[in-house]
Design a binder for this molecule. Sequence first.
Ligand code: PXP
Length: 247
Amino acid sequence: MSGAEKEFNSMPTLGVNIDHVATLRQARGGNLADPLAAALLSEKAGAQSIVAHLREDRRHIQDRDIQLLKKNIKTRLNLEMSVNSEIIKIACRIKPYQATLVPERRKELTTEGGLNVVSGQKQIAAAISKLNKSQVAVSLFIDPDFKQISSAQKIGAKIIELHTGAYAEAKNLKLRKKLLQQVADAAFYAQKLGLTVNAGHGLDYNNARALALIPGLNELNIGYAIICRALYVGLFQAVREMGELIQ
Ligand code: PXP
């Protein structure tokens, strides 16, 4: 369902990012930690999409994981990726339901900041066009910034994902409120431009609910907090709790 079709007062769906299961597997090799098994269990617990990031350095998710996820999951595969031409080729071949374009830096611990659509218009527009031609919907992961949002719309994006990292990391309540409002204003502005609006990054069991209450948000994509909670309560329970929290 697109954000435009979504009822304004309905709550966002939950996309579960399973990269961290692959990180655990890569630490030792073997298949004791299996991203596909985690994805299937997450779906059973209520995840409405599965998010996986095929990085250029392949530090967690591997090409084979994406093939297996595409073939076996029952919900939607949201492939996070950079605008690297090799990765675009892979995405066009595998055809996930959606590609979410993110910036990528070699040494980052996780995706730091959104795409700069203002300065990278040409390259990002070309990536959108290639992916769309292969029937892959495209979302742009951007900061909650009006200039980035209007550039995204101008170059033909239909979906954006607002970067919630700054909100999630706010050191005090006053700042957190301010940054929550910034995401809400950005979401409102983007919806007025006709964009479907997702959000994610750094969300956890304490900060996701306030965000989910922003009107019209389509989907929240959450990984790290769910996988960490799964260590103590199991993955099914961890996904279920997050689903209940945001829905
Ligand atoms: N959305 C995007 C675009 C991301 O890059 C990430 C991190 O891979 C997430 C959501 C999930 O972030 P987290 O693991 O902090 O929940």
